[in-house]
Design a protein around this ligand. Structure first.
Ligand SMILES: Nc1ncnc2c1ncn2[C@@H]1O[C@H](COP(=O)(O)OP(=O)(O)O)[C@@H](O)[C@H]1O
Ligand SMILES: [Mg+2]
Length: 354
């Protein structure tokens, strides 16, 4: 494989546009580069409510790339344990599951509580190997234009104590997957041939991935654009864990916590239970082949937020989910609604009730 990088030349401000990895830090917080090694030990039982004692290294300072804490977040024990093993023992951890089930946010929220800097990168089809590795850029120095190599996200992350999360790993382009393969091994070094440089990973560097499939391609038809992941590549992930839909009660609790709705208000609680029940019906309907669009936990949350905005659950439902469904399937979905709320989702009903 040809390893030479840095062929393209472009004037760059940010190694990856929008990554925030430019020169300026986030106001008020120290830069991630100021950290060296974890200086604290966190207890998984107290921090994540896990049913076992598990010590995890952590940092005492929050730096610019540490995610914000979501206080309403509920940790799934198995997923959390897998992620913690990734942080504590430098394991490469992949989380697989349907969309909107909390894969990316689980990693981010664990990092947020360990004060571990965390950077997510979506491996959609727009990311190329040059974005990851870096390229030559024309910069001004002492009034003269010179060519300088600007590191991409991967060399930057490798040299810092930070968790790099590859989202939608199974959608990555083949050229990108080959670059990633080189750093999957814990000792994995990155060679920048044009630079005559070998980059060794920082001891605090961690690598995670989330994916909708397990690398065997899409068997459901739900995930266009996903690729099969070659076995040599899958083999290098030390831990693969699955996060699908949470139990009904837990999903209800999350929606209540996130919306700030009072769970002691029985009418309100019953309403959220019906919302989750409806989501469950779409999931069962999808598995039986009755409908082709499913409500993720993210959809339920968005529906709850929209219901607050419009003050109308049915109207919000149409705008959040029904309008995304194939027209031929809307009748089926409207029947699910009827079954859960004992009320018709008639067209125009929202307009009247407003
Ligand atoms: N366990 C949870 N507790 C609280 N909120 C959650 C939980 N799981 C998911 N969410 C919320 O659901 C939404 C979708 O989660 P996300 O991590 O983006 O899903 P995925 O990466 O699996 O597609 C986010 O707004 C997230 O905050
Ligand atoms: Mg995600």
């Amino acid at each position: 494989m040809n390893d030479s990088e840095g062929v393209a030349t472009e004037i760059l401000e940010d190694p990856i546009p929008g990554s925030g990895l430019g020169d300026g830090g986030i106001a008020g917080l120290p830069p991630t580069a100021s950290l060296s090694a974890p200086d604290r030990v966190a207890n998984a039982r107290t921090l994540f409510g896990l049913d076992r004692d598990f010590d995890v290294p952590a940092y005492s300072v929050r730096t610019e790339h540490v995610p914000d804490i979501d206080t309403a977040y509920r940790f799934d024990p198995e997923t959390t344990l897998a992620i913690l093993a990734g942080f504590a023992f430098n394991r490469r951890v992949m989380i697989q599951g349907y969309h909107g089930t909390g894969k990316s946010s689980h990693i981010e929220q664990v990092a947020a509580r360990l004060n571990w800097p965390c950077i997510r990168i979506n491996l959609d089809s727009h990311i190329s190997r040059i974005d990851l590795i870096g390229k030559d850029a024309i910069v001004l120095k002492d009034g003269r234009q010179i060519t300088e190599f600007r590191e991409g996200l991967l060399p930057w992350a490798l040299q810092h104590p930070c968790a790099l999360v590859f989202d939608e790993y199974d959608a990555g382009r083949p050229d990108v997957m080959f670059v990633i393969q080189r750093v999957l091994e814990v000792e994995g070094r990155l060679t920048l041939l044009d630079q005559n440089r070998v980059i060794r990973p920082h001891p605090g560097f961690r690598l995670f991935a989330t994916a909708n499939t397990v690398g065997l391609g899409d068997t459901t038809g739900l995930y266009h654009g996903t690729q099969q992941i070659n076995q040599g590549q899958m083999d290098r992930w030390n831990i693969v864990t699955t996060l699908n839909y949470l139990p009904h009660a837990q999903e209800t609790a999350i929606v209540l916590a996130k919306t700030g709705w009072d769970g002691r208000d029985t009418a309100q609680k019953r309403r959220v239970e019906s919302m989750v029940a409806l989501a469950d019906l779409t999931r069962a309907g999808f598995i039986h082949g009755d409908i082709s669009t499913v409500m993720s936990p993210r959809t339920v949350l968005t529906w709850a937020e929209n219901a607050r905005i419009f003050g109308d659950l049915g109207f919000a439902f149409r705008l959040t989910f029904l309008n995304k469904c194939d027209e031929a399937e809307r009748q089926t979905v409207a029947e699910y609604y009827q079954r859960c709320f004992n009320e018709d989702l008639a067209a125009g009903q929202a307009a009247k009730s407003r």
